[in-house]
Design a protein. Structure first.
Length: 439
């Protein structure tokens, strides 16, 4: 039998366990999990010594397009994703202008088809003006979810009050994603601090109660309306424990940074390159995040890739913008955690493939099964590498993991049967499309 692509000899991570298998791809879909030795293909990849994962998904990125091309674009951001072993990204709406209406969605969809190296899902930003239209907007092709900034945004991309949040939750039916820091507490505490204080002050201002209060309010509204909510970048032990009682209406994201970097040491080492929202916290919350990973309370791990200009990140606190690069580094950093014994490779696949597919309704991605998209991330679990700034594809040109030694590295990225990265090189023209979601 003839295939477009055969991947031979790799150790595959299936939903039912790991096994060596030869995979056949035809027309962008997985056609066989048991290709014979006599079958041939237009292209054959020898994956001996590698693990073959279902295409890994980073469901939380800010690719800044439209916006500032000197910081990031859809082309450079998806190039970074491909280099890092990520096959699909979900792009946030706080661009310039913001993605809050059908006209911007249509522009972005066409743009993606011309420049993206991997597949892309798009968030719609909730505003007070577009709340009545959200039920329609969430059904547009390529839309992964509605995003609500209940804190930490600018312009009209902010809905901080309970009545406004409830109105959003009553417009439509798909899962709504939240930045859940409490804006009222943030503004109330802001006068307590001043320019030039240590960068670690960021985690004091945006304290545990700021995040926990926001999440408690959102959980109450989710329970009241019955509308499912997804709490993005959950960062505190208190939130993780509390949300265990809301599993019928809530799912949980934790960022790779909160699983890797610990305050206050990270602020002393990195300065403004450790400043993000919600902030990096101390070891108590770091350990609670890992416990939640291990006992199944976390559904998704993402990067919250949010590049800013290098010089801006060097400004004194609080004038340095919050946000870190991450889409290119999340896979090697998480593979290093697997090698350190903090989670299994199967659990990583659950968090970065099956989990995003389940939470957001991706129907043909997230697992290796016949009929699913032929998205694969091939990794060498024994490869030892150093993450460096000069590897980063983003025009911002920096990573908070510069100088970090890792064991485990992405060797190939395959999107719908097309090899878009192999051996640290992006291959061919942009072939990414917008991802498809359940209605």
């Amino acid at each position: 039998m003839h295939y477009d692509l055969i991947i031979r000899g790799g150790r595959c991570v299936f939903p039912w366990g790991e096994a060596e298998a030869d995979l056949g791809v035809r027309d962008g879909r997985i056609a066989s999990l048991s290709v014979s030795k006599n079958d041939d293909a237009d292209r054959v990849i020898d994956a001996t010594g590698l693990h073959v994962l279902p295409g890994l998904i980073d469901s939380h990125v800010h690719l800044r397009d439209p916006g500032n091309a000197a910081v990031e674009t859809l082309e450079t951001g998806t190039r970074a994703a491909a280099l890092g072993g990520v096959t699909t990204v979900f792009d946030m709406p706080n661009t310039s202008p913001s993605v809050t209406d059908k006209a911007m969605l249509d522009w972005k969809r066409e743009h993606i088809s011309n420049v993206a190296h991997v597949d892309v899902g798009m968030y719609i930003g909730a505003t007070r003006d577009n709340t009545p239209d959200l039920a329609m907007l969430e059904q547009q092709p390529g839309v992964c979810a509605i995003k609500v900034f209940a804190g930490s945004s600018t312009g009209n991309l902010m809905i901080e009050d309970d009545a406004g949040i409830e109105a959003v939750m009553r417009s439509g039916h798909r899962r709504v994603c939240f930045h859940s820091e409490d804006e009222y507490r943030l503004q109330e505490r802001k006068p307590m601090f001043h320019e030039g204080q240590p960068y670690a002050t960021h985690s004091i201002w945006r304290d545990v109660e700021c995040a926990f209060l926001g999440t408690r309010r959102i959980m109450a509204i989710a329970r009241k309306t019955g509308r499912p909510a997804h709490i993005l970048h959950t960062s505190t032990a208190e939130e993780l424990e509390y949300m265990a009682g809301f599993r019928d209406v809530a799912t949980v994201e934790v960022l790779v940074n909160h699983l890797t970097q610990v305050g206050p040491e990270c602020y002393e080492k990195l300065g403004g390159f450790a400043v993000m929202n919600p902030p990096l916290r101390d070891r108590y919350h770091y350990e609670a995040s890992w416990k939640a990973i291990q006992d199944g309370r976390v559904d998704v791990v993402s990067s919250d890739h949010a590049p800013h200009p290098l010089e801006a990140k060097k400004r004194p606190w609080p004038n340095c913008p919050a946000g870190l690069t991450g889409v290119q580094t999340i896979v090697p950093v998480m593979l290093d955690h697997v090698n350190a014994g903090r989670l299994s490779l199967s659990r990583l696949v659950d968090l970065m493939a099956a989990g995003p597919a389940r939470v957001y309704g991706l129907q043909t991605k997230g697992r290796m099964a016949v009929g699913f998209d032929a998205d694969f991330t091939l990794v060498d679990m024994k490869a030892q590498r150093e993450i460096t700034n000069d590897w980063i594809a983003s025009p911002a040109g920096w990573t908070p993991f510069d100088g970090t030694q890792v064991t485990g590295w992405p060797m190939a990225t395959i999107v719908r049967g097309t090899v878009v990265m192999q051996d640290n090189e992006v291959i061919g023209n942009a072939t990414g499309r917008f991802a498809k979601f359940a209605p």
